[in-house]
Design a protein around this ligand. Structure first.
Ligand code: ATP
Length: 264
């Protein structure tokens, strides 16, 4: 993805976050510099404990950095949270089992005081976006794992936030379902032009989805490589067999390996 004249949607400069724990300080993020432009799809990949979730939580103002600066839509992360700049999708769908799918999506809209008509409009639109039209009256347990995860994406989209933060949303699903959801997510991204920050442990998933891949390594949590993908935005699944795809996957793998060596 080329640099654009537009200000970045997410901008981190020398970002640090050290947790003080009973076992001493944990350097979850150290010297993180990263700009994410509007409409980018950025994946974060790295071994457990390298700070992927912590970085997403900083963007969402759920953690407070201990150093450096971070802006989201040109404001502080706190102000961006108040302005509802993002939707957040977690690894577990986190749907309330006693509420139907449409009631799950409606809950945050109710809290924000949207009228019933506006709620219904938004629910219909986001269910269509994730291809779950007709499933609004179902309960979570009546849906497959992949459908539940799509419902949770629909809930995150209901505010129309420009930014979607996704923390290993498909990690618990089998590979075939995951492939299908990856394809659907790319379609959704193309249709909505959201900026997406996506955490994954899977190299093929990161390479398939992203315009930019951020490779991280732990102790301290830091960025070791940033790869701007040369792949076209239109990506059939079989792009994964092309030499271009395999070359990027190779570079990610090398980056992960180098990060591991650093620990020894
Ligand atoms: N609230 C907290 N208090 C203390 N330490 C924390 C806290 N949250 C995270 N950490 C530590 O910070 C480091 C980074 O954690 P983080 O969850 O961001 O890693 P991650 O890359 O997302 O890992 P995973 O892939 O396992 O989810 C880890 O060492 C973790 O134990």
């Amino acid at each position: 993805m080329q640099d654009t004249a537009e200000a970045p949607v997410i901008s981190a400069t020398s970002l640090d976050l050290t947790f003080q724990t009973n076992d001493g300080p944990v350097h979850a993020l150290s010297g993180v510099d990263l700009n994410i432009a509007k409409g980018e799809f950025v994946s974060f990949i790295g071994p457990s404990g390298c700070g992927k979730t912590t970085f997403l939580r900083c963007i969402a103002a759920l953690e407070m950095p201990t150093g450096g600066t971070l802006t989201v839509n040109g404001m502080s992360a706190d102000d961006a949270r108040r302005a509802r700049a993002y939707g957040y999708v977690f690894q577990a769908a986190g749907l309330y089992p006693w509420r139907s799918i449409e009631k799950n999506i409606a809950l945050p809209l109710e809290i924000m005081g949207y009228s019933k008509a506006e709620q219904a409009d938004r629910i219909a639109r986001v269910l269509d976006l994730v291809e779950l039209s007709g499933f609004g009256k179902k309960y979570p347990w009546q849906l497959s794992g992949g459908m539940q995860q799509r419902a949770s994406i629909a809930r995150a989209l209901a505010f129309d936030a420009d930014i979607l933060l996704m923390d290993e949303p498909f990690g618990a699903l089998d590979e075939i379902v995951r492939d299908h959801l990856n394809e659907q997510l790319l379609e959704l991204w193309a249709r909505t032009e959201k900026t997406i920050a996506f955490v994954t442990h899977s190299i093929p998933e990161a390479v398939y989805l992203s315009t930019k891949i951020v490779v991280m390594s732990p102790r301290p949590g830091r960025i070791t490589d940033v790869i701007d993908s040369p792949l076209p935005r239109e990506r059939p699944l079989d792009i994964r067999d092309t030499p271009e795809f395999l070359a990027i996957a190779h570079r990610v793998r090398e980056g992960l390996r180098a990060g591991h060596a650093y620990e020894d």
